[in-house]
Structure formats: C-alpha cells, structure tokens
Design a protein around this ligand. Structure first.
Ligand code: ADP
Ligand code: ADP
Ligand code: MG
Length: 539
C-alpha cells in the first residue's frame, strides 16, 4: 500500500513506491480534518488545450472551483481563514501566480461545461435557441449551430433532447460565452466517434486564443485534442495529485504503462497493453453460430438490414458505427429481445445481454443481486476476475436504485458476465466509466472471453476499448435515423479500414505502446495512408 490511506484504498492493489515529490510539498487544498486532500494544480494557458487524465473523484471539480475563483484554496491549513494574498504568495514565481493575480483583479471569466448534462433540463425551462442566444456573448452562435449540427433541434424544448443532442447543446453553450478560461468536464459521453472528433476540432480552434482545460476519458480523443496533459492520480475520495504538465503522447504512454518516471510513482500494478495480433486462420476456430440476412423496420421509419455472417467460438467481436444507425437494434435482435420482420434466426444458443441503457429498478443490494445470478459469487475466481477488476466490492451493500450511472454500469457488466451462456453481448459498456474503470473493464471482458472460451460482442465508441478487445469487427453503414446496414463480420484490418475511411481519418500505431493514434489531417502520413487506402495502420 502507499501508506497514506491504506484502509480506505478502494483499489487495494495500488502501490506507490517512495513518497511522491508532490506530497512533500504542502497540499493545495484540504476539506476538513479527514476530508479529501488535493496536491498540485493544472496551469491553463491561452493558446493551448490542457488535458487532465485520471479517474473521477480525484479533485477535478475542486481544481476548477479554485481556478474559477469560487473556492479559495486553504493550502492544507483548513483551520485558518484563507485569502487570495496567501495563495498568491505561495505560488510566487510560477505561472499559476500570474493566473491568480488576474483572477483576483477580475480579469478571468470562466465558462464551463458540466460533467452531468442531465441536470441542464432541470435548471432551464425553454428551447435550445433561447438557451444559446442568452449566452451568446461572442456572436458565434450561427456558426456553432452549423458545425455542431443543431439545426434540427434549435426550436425543440431542452427537456425533449436525447443525450447526444443535449451534450452538443451544452458544449455550444460553453463555447458561445465570452471568457478567458474554458473548462469542459468530458466531451464524449453520448457522442459517437464522428461527433467526438468534430467537437475536438472545435475546441482546438477555440484554444487558439483562449485557455482551455479538458477532462476526457476517451484516450483516442484526448490524444488528438490536448497539447499538454496533467496526469491525476491518488485514491479517489481520499487524495489526488495533479502532476506537472507532460506532452500528450508521453502522458498517455506513462498512464498506460502505469508508471510515472518523473514522479517515481506506480499508479497501477500492471500495464495496459495493445497487442498487434495477426488474425487467426479461419480453419483454426470452430463456428459458434451462423446467422442469415434479416431486417427490422420501426413504425416511424428507421430500417435495419443485416447482411448475415458467422460468429466463431471464443472470439471477441467489436461493433462500430455512428449513433442512430441501428447497432442497438441489431444486438437486440440477436439477443432475442425483439423479433426481426423477415429473415430467420434459428439460434440454438444462450445469449447473455447487457443493454445500452441499464435499469437499476430492482430493490436489492448489489451483492444479493449478483448472488441471485451466479452460484460462483463467493468463489475466489469470481472475486478476482470479475468483482475486483470492476470495482464492485465497494458497492456490495448499496441498493441498486441508489447507484450512480458509472456504478450501475459496472454492476451491469458484472451481471452480464455472471450468467451462464454461449455468447455475451455488451452494448456500450464504456458509458459513464472513467478512464481507469474503462481499462479495468476492458481487461475483465477480454480475460473472461479468453479463459472461458466464450464468444463476446461489444458495441462501443471508444476506439481503445474496441482495438484492445476485438479480433474481428462488424461495421455499420447507412444514414443515421433513416436506415442502417450491418456488414458481415470482417477482420480488424478490413473493418477498421472501412470504418475509418467513412470517417475520413487515418490511424497509426504508437511506436512505444502500439496504441492507435489519429494522424493529423493532411500530415504526410495521413496523405500517404489515404492514397494507399490504408486508413488503419500502415506498413
Ligand atoms: P472529481 O471532480 O475529480 O470527481 P471532486 O473535486 O468533485 O472530484 O471531489 C474530490 C473529493 O473531494 C471527493 O471525495 C468529494 O467527496 C470531496 N469534496 C468535494 N467537495 C467537497 C466539499 N465541499 N466538502 C468536502 N468534501 C468535498
Ligand atoms: P444505435 O444503437 O446505432 O445508436 P439504435 O438501434 O438505437 O441505433 O436506433 C436506430 C434508429 O432507430 C434511431 O433513429 C432510433 O431513434 C430508432 N429507434 C430505436 N428504437 C426504436 C423504437 N422502439 N421505435 C421506433 N424507432 C426506434
Ligand atoms: Mg445504441
């Protein structure tokens, strides 16, 4: 253990070697005697996007309250009356001192996009246009309506918007304000990869003049969005350390390896690895099931067709495509939740299914709920392979209806993997999870499929999750909300190539960690790969 709060450590596995340098410095802020302690601070700067990479509960909101002037940091001495003069003295000679000076002189206005957008309809009564026009100090609203595809919903009431629509409205509302410092607490929830990339480009344009701070758990997006990254580590709820800024590539690689050399800190016992594995030869693997062509049309218009395909025993398939293209409809048909209009699915296999929107409406404690699904709950296998990696232990005594979005997601993934089945389908398991929980969930799903030789199908927008998990890919094409086509399962190479060419972006693998990285549009590699038709890795 790290020796600081061993008894509180929800990870149990975290090992910090040596005392982190930052902890020898006095804290930035402490909430009361046994309250959360924050060390370090990010340094937002005009002209660049500053990212924070770390789990929830590590002090990001605290940081933003400090940087927006609503919380005067007490420098760890919570008994004393805190003052900005003391703060400015403490940071003498640093960049953040200049920032605080301006803040105190009223020269920093802050605009922020909150993490939980579902609170917006509760706080605002009116339509999209009213919300955005009220905030538009910069006179950029019309441009943003176009760039964020808000035309269709501009006269719609805020409380009627879908998650993805509300997210884009919240991002626009943050961007139209005139401020010196912009903070986006996650941009990717509810957005597909097309929309994530689009928002990332808009934020980069904003940062040409302004200081922008971003928290983002989708690493492919953080990688293309940020110029520098502060890694945040510690024990959620107990203490958090914000490191000095690092180059974005270095920060993400150090995070994946689980070790920060400059700080001499191990933040995770094992690295997160991307393997570049060649596709298995067809003959090597037995077929689990063949499914034929089928289609499904909803009353008010959308229609899905599936090209059919075969699923192999023990493989993990990724499923990718934009929002509203029929991915959830497709997996619901496979799982037997809805009937296709035509085409036969004479399946003789059991499927365990985690839907995209999980309900927590059963009045049971988490542990009783899981025990009711699996007789293995109390075994060391279950605890080690499922409960611990998904951080379920800390939730055992909570009631299902009281769980937060991220907590419910972890329980739903565990529940899906707890059932006895031939195939496991998970629809958007990364939703509401922070970066650490995504890595752990990815690993748990992959190990489960490998160790039990079970087939798994994972629908997700997080490319790192898809890349790490999948041996093959099902790509969706069509026109969102109108029609969608589920292509036959293909190799990762072929499928990603199709998917990325639809997106018009190219990927390379990082030399050091093999993780996928988005090439800068129009860079030499981007042009080379496009002309060779190799959107997914080159050479
Ligand atoms: P994050 O934004 O990274 O999720 P926060 O900054 O919101 O984290 O919170 C970090 C920790 O500080 C949490 O454990 C939270 O409970 C605690 N905390 C936040 N605000 C207060 C407060 N006003 N008083 C006491 N504890 C607080
Ligand atoms: P994805 O999972 O790719 O985002 P979905 O399968 O959820 O796509 O939805 C595809 C389209 O079908 C969307 O336009 C959605 O609004 C519509 N749709 C989904 N479920 C229903 C339903 N029960 N009745 C009518 N339309 C639906
Ligand atoms: Mg869906």
């Amino acid at each position: 253990g790290c020796g600081i709060c061993v008894d509180k450590c929800p990870y149990k596995a975290i090992m910090i070697i040596g005392l982190p340098e930052a902890l020898k410095e006095p804290p930035t802020h402490r909430y009361g005697t046994n309250g959360f302690v924050l060390y370090g601070l990010p340094t937002p700067q005009a002209g660049r996007v500053t990212g924070i990479l770390g789990p929830n509960g590590i002090g990001k909101s605290t940081v933003v309250n400090i940087l927006s002037g609503t919380l005067v940091p007490n420098l760890g001495e919570y008994k004393e009356e805190s003052s900005w003069d003391r703060v400015i003295e403490r940071y003498s000679g640093t960049q953040i001192q200049d920032y605080f000076r301006k803040l105190v002189n009223g020269k920093v206005n802050v605009s922020q996009k909150p993490q939980y957008i579902d609170k917006i309809p509760k706080a605002f009564n009116g339509n999209t246009r009213e919300l955005l026009e009220k905030a538009d100090d910069r006179g950029v609203l019309n441009q943003l309506i176009e760039r964020l595809d808000l035309d269709e919903i501009i006269d719609r009431n805020i409380n009627e918007l879908s998650g993805g629509e509300l997210q884009r409205v919240a991002i626009a509302a943050c961007m139209v304000k005139d401020a010196e410092f912009y903070f986006f607490d996650e941009i990717s929830p509810y957005l597909d990869i097309y929309q994530r990339i689009n928002v990332a480009q808009l934020i980069q344009e904003l940062a040409q003049e302004k200081a922008v701070l971003v928290v983002e758990h989708d690493l492919a997006i953080l990688d293309m969005l940020a110029d520098v990254v502060h890694v945040a580590y510690g024990v959620p709820g107990a203490y958090g350390v914000i490191t000095y800024p690092k180059g974005v590539r270095i920060a993400i690689n150090q995070y994946l390896k689980g070790y920060l050399p400059e700080e001499n800190i191990r933040i995770r016992p094992e690295p997160i690895e991307f393997e570049v594995h060649p596709p298995r030869a067809e003959a090597e693997v037995e077929t689990l099931v063949e499914y034929g062509k089928f289609s499904k049309q909803y009353k008010d218009g959308f229609s899905l067709t599936s090209d059919g395909g075969s699923l192999k025993q023990g493989e993990v398939l990724g499923v990718v495509g934009p929002n509203g293209i029929g991915k959830s409809t497709f997996v619901k048909v496979l799982a037997g939740e809805i009937e296709p209009d035509d085409g036969e699915l004479d399946f003789d296999i059991n499927i365990s299914f985690k839907p995209q929107y999980v309900k927590g409406d059963i009045n049971l404690r988490v542990q009783d709920f899981l025990r009711s699904i699996t007789s293995r709950f109390d075994t060391s296998y279950y605890q080690g392979e499922i409960a611990r990696p998904l951080q379920i232990e800390e939730l055992y005594d909570k009631m299902l209806p009281n769980l937060s979005g991220g907590e419910l997601q972890r329980v739903a993934i565990a529940a899906c993997l707890s059932r006895d089945a031939d195939m496991y389908i998970l629809d958007e398991p990364s939703a509401h999870l922070d970066v650490e929980q995504r890595s752990l969930a990815t690993k748990a799903i992959k190990r489960f499929a490998e160790n039990n030789k079970k087939t798994a199908m994972v629908v997700d927008h997080d490319i790192y999750m898809i890349d790490m998990l999948s041996e093959r890919l099902i790509v969706f094409e069509g026109k969102p909300a109108v029609y969608g086509v589920a292509k036959r399962p293909s190799s990762m190479q072929e499928g990603m190539n199709k998917f990325l060419s639809n997106l018009d972006i190219t990927f390379r693998r990082d030399d050091d960690t093999s993780r996928p990285r988005v090439n800068k549009p129009n860079s030499r590699l981007d042009r080379e790969q496009k002309s060779a038709g190799e959107y997914y890795y080159y050479g």
